[in-house]
Design a protein around this ligand. Structure first.
Ligand code: MN
Length: 163
């Protein structure tokens, strides 16, 4: 079937990608308005990052690539949001307040619904053994900061295609 509809404000659609998943469905009185197909079908990325500049850089890049983006700014809310949203993929900073990325990855992996969700660890530390620590905790891949955005997009696409 075909649906035709007029959105009174295109800014609503433009801002959808930055809203929490639970608010993405548009309602007009009793009717649910279908959202543009590419928004519905695009993968949900949980971006876990406490640095505001990085949050802005990564989220605007990913939204331009038509991903939906949810944001967590510490390890504990990363675990909560992962459980609540069941994202398609998780980008996990390692140095985080409250609970670090390694601990968050371990708690996420302990959830049956998140046991195979792709996780990309992001860290500024170029210390020997970091990669192994992330992978041992359950990350699928690892990128060192500063992260090249094109490499990030390629890594996301590769992991999503492998699910
Ligand atoms: Mn950090």
């Amino acid at each position: 079937s075909r649906f035709g509809f007029v959105l009174p404000c295109l800014d609503v659609v433009a801002s959808l990608a930055s809203l929490p998943l639970s608010t993405v469905t548009l309602h007009t009185s009793s009717t649910v308005v279908p959202v543009a197909t590419d928004l519905v079908s695009s993968a949900l990325v949980l971006l876990v990052e406490d640095n505001e500049a990085n949050v802005q850089t990564f989220s605007s890049y990913l939204e331009a690539k038509k991903y939906r983006v949810a944001i967590a700014k510490d390890g504990l809310s990363a675990v909560d949001q992962a459980k609540a949203l069941i994202p398609d993929i998780i980008l996990m900073d390692i140095q985080l307040p409250k609970l670090d990325g390694i601990g968050a990855i371990q708690q996420i992996r302990a959830q049956p619904a998140l046991a195979t969700t792709p996780i990309i660890a992001l860290t500024a530390l170029a210390m020997k053994g970091d990669r192994e620590k992330c992978l041992a905790a359950g990350a699928n891949d690892y990128l060192s900061k500063p992260v090249k955005l094109q490499l990030l997009a390629q890594t996301i696409q590769r992991l999503l295609a492998a699910v």
